[in-house]
Design a protein around this ligand. Structure first.
Ligand code: CS2
Ligand code: MG
Length: 405
């Protein structure tokens, strides 16, 4: 018996921010949803799906998830990269959603069943200065979070990744015709970050898990200096200390510090992380489910990482849709070496379009028990929020040369 794919549609909607959503329909009337959102490059994935992969999906057997994954990965001459892998990821999520719905079970049951009761989650605290940041951390604790990422402004700079001046939450993409430009000053950051993070630790006491994201801004020497100055803060992790390309250089950093390192939100395949995993240059691998080919591929990355005692901690900011977040939670519930899920929550407009069954309670998330991934998409609501051009910012050194953002 085959379950044929009879329709493929791509929705681009912008309830407070842009999301690309894939809809696959089968001949027995089952609808599966996939997230295909790539922040600031949304239409490229939409076109890749509409113009290239979608037509090749028609008539295929929706039940053959692994074969379809291999068909679009191995079967293609042009491989890897964020656009390709997000498109394959969206198809993969939609097919897992269909299989769960066809069998009447939540996707985590198809992945081996629950390997834990609930998933630890962290959220963002942001404040331009220390008092604002401490307020933000306190608010997050009051909401029940047990793990918080703390980011602040840097003296002398006007804009810094991870913080929006005067706003309680952070949104990286700016709407408009081109990217916003930010200045960057490594020396000022290196002087400031240890003071801020030590003050946060002193304020919250020993128990709260504290995380910090460096967003690819340092070279390995600077990263070692920062890590050594943060040893006493007892961070849960230090994220993206260097650009993800210079992986071998992390060997020296690892000899300088025992601070756990998290890397990988810009990775798209297991090949991107091979050296980091086999040399255990990181403690947490951050690939987002949709950006690395979906559940089918990320579960292989996690299985590979498990051998090296590395844990999964997928990227999950507000710029991936609730469909990706749900997929991550199903995978996380069923995966033994899954550590923590990033969760920033969503603007209320997002839940007009995406109705999700996942729940947050007491610092933990659970995907819920609806068949499939547990996210319904309201297409009429989606149509009320048309796409708006948006870009991630870029950063420049003080002399005007380009910096990694
Ligand atoms: C960040 C993101 O969540 C994170 O760890 O690095 O906010 C990142 O800046 C955005 O996802 C980029 O789209
Ligand atoms: Mg990050």
């Amino acid at each position: 018996m085959t379950r044929k794919i009879v329709d493929v549609d791509v929705l681009v909607t912008s309830p407070s921010r842009n999301f690309v959503t894939l809809k696959i329909t089968t001949d027995d009337g089952i609808v599966g949803w996939g997230d295909a959102t790539l922040n600031g490059r949304e239409l490229s994935v939409a076109s890749y799906l509409r113009d290239h992969l979608g037509p090749a999906l028609l008539g295929r057997d929706a039940d053959r998830i692994e074969d379809t994954w291999q068909y679009f990965y191995k079967g293609a001459y042009w491989r890897r990269g964020p656009v390709t892998m997000a498109a394959i990821g969206a198809i993969d999520l939609a097919l897992w959603d269909i299989k769960g719905k066809a069998l009447g079970v939540p996707v985590y049951q198809l992945l081996g069943g629950a390997a834990r009761d609930k998933i630890l989650t962290y959220t963002h605290a942001t404040g331009w200065d220390l008092p604002e940041l401490l307020d933000s951390v306190d608010q997050r604790r009051e909401q029940g979070f047990r793990a918080v990422r703390a980011q602040s402004g840097v003296p002398g700079l006007d804009k810094v990744y991870g913080v929006t001046k005067g706003a309680a939450s952070y949104e990286p993409a700016g709407r408009g015709a081109g990217p916003v430009e930010e200045d960057w000053d490594t020396a000022a950051y290196l002087r400031h970050a240890p003071k801020i993070l030590s003050a946060v630790r002193e304020h919250v006491g020993p128990e709260l898990k504290l995380l910090h994201d460096v967003h690819h801004r340092l070279n390995p020497t600077e990263a070692a200096r920062l890590a050594r100055s943060l040893e006493d803060v007892d961070l849960f992790w230090l994220e993206d200390v260097t650009p993800a390309e210079n992986q071998r250089l992390l060997r020296t950093l690892r000899q300088q510090t025992t601070i756990p390192l998290a890397i990988g939100e810009v990775f798209n395949t297991v090949w991107d992380a091979e050296l980091l995993i086999t040399e255990r240059l990181i403690d947490y691998i951050r690939t987002a489910v949709v950006h690395a080919g979906g559940i089918s591929h990320v579960r292989k990355i996690l299985a590979f990482a498990e051998v090296y005692q590395i844990k999964g901690a997928p990227h999950g900011p507000s710029d991936v849709s609730p469909i990706n977040l749900s997929a991550s939670l199903h995978l996380g519930l069923a995966t033994s070496n899954f550590a923590i899920q990033e969760y920033m929550g969503y603007d209320p407009a997002v839940s007009e379009v995406f109705q999700s069954s996942f729940r947050f309670e007491d610092g933990y998330l659970h995907p819920g028990d609806e068949p499939g991934l547990g996210v319904q998409v309201d297409e009429d609501a989606a149509a009320r929020f048309p796409y708006t051009q948006a870009y991630l910012p870029i950063a420049r050194e003080l002399d005007g040369s380009m910096k990694d953002w």
